[in-house]
Design a protein around this ligand. Structure first.
Ligand code: PXL
Length: 279
């Protein structure tokens, strides 16, 4: 297999198992060189539970880091973005996409900004519109329904039917995203899954639902998806592998109430490698 290098742009939440502290170990351990560009440094993630977190916005550093890479002609085989510090970072990422990617490199955009019908602390609807602008330039986007509905400015529904999901996916494609992976799509209480639109073709992969909420699972999902894709899997296969891996990570963490802030993905990296490379 050819050696690949990707760039992931997300925050560093020093404690909390999300964003870069999830992406870096998951993608690297699947054999892909993972360069990082931290959008911000936080003491913890922003979910209630950790209380008052520190937040250092790194926007001012991003331009000079990118200029250095441009000067040295450093290029990447994919760009994978997640949680961003603010609106201005969207334009920096567009510049990265236009100047630092090899030919045929993919731009994978997880518009990590909300869940359960709400935006995360610090984000507003203007930010969601900027994130929509970024997603419109992506080869693959991985929103949940909350993120999709904020980007589209459409109604968020907790209970829905397949027509609602199809219309959201269609609007995301009309917005400009080439392929869509909608995560956390649940048509009944017992199951959940991912709804994909790949080159115009719809597919739904369903698996049992574990009825607990854990932070960072979207990042675990998108990182496993990116790792699978970079190892030659197609989008539908990568979406399925990432779902199986994320399910397992939640399953092994669900009974440990001291681990309320995330999932113990480290212990299942062997399983992810098996899903990608076989036994
Ligand atoms: O998992 C998404 C995420 C990433 N980064 C930070 C967060 C969150 C979710 O709340 O707070 C800082």
């Amino acid at each position: 297999m050819e050696y690949k290098r990707i760039l992931s742009v997300q925050d560093i939440s020093c404690v909390g198992q999300c964003s870069l502290t999830v992406a870096l170990p998951i993608i690297s351990s699947c054999g892909v060189e993972t360069s990082i560009l931290p959008s911000a440094v936080l003491s913890t993630h922003t979910a209630p539970g950790f209380g008052k977190f520190t937040f250092r916005d790194l926007t001012d550093d991003l331009d000079s880091i990118v200029s250095h890479w441009q000067e040295k002609d450093i290029k990447f085989d994919a760009l994978y973005t997640g949680y961003l510090g603010n609106d201005k970072q969207v334009d920096i990422i567009i510049k990265i996409k236009e100047t630092l990617l090899n030919k045929d490199a993919l731009f994978i955009c997880d518009p990590a900004m909300g869940d359960n019908g709400k935006l995360y602390a610090g984000f507003d609807t203007a930010f969601a519109k900027n994130m929509a602008r970024l997603c419109s330039k992506a080869d693959i986007i991985l929103p949940n329904i909350t993120e999709a509905s904020f980007m589209l400015g459409c109604e968020y529904k907790e209970k829905y039917d397949v027509e609602y999901i199809q219309s959201i996916a269609k609007s995301l494609i009309e917005m400009g995203a080439k392929n869509v992976v909608l995560t956390g799509i649940s048509f009944d209480d017992e199951s959940t899954g991912v709804f994909t639109v790949v080159n115009g073709k719809e597919n739904y992969f369903k698996h049992p639902k574990i009825n607990i909420y854990r932070h960072g699972t979207g990042d675990v999902y998108s990182s496993a998806f990116t790792a699978s894709l970079m190892n030659g899997k197609g989008i539908e296969d990568a979406a399925k592998i990432a779902a199986l891996f994320t399910y397992k990570c939640i399953d092994i963490s669900k009974d440990d109430l001291n681990h309320w802030y995330g999932v113990k993905f480290e212990q299942e990296i062997g399983y992810l490698r098996e899903l990608i490379f076989g036994k």
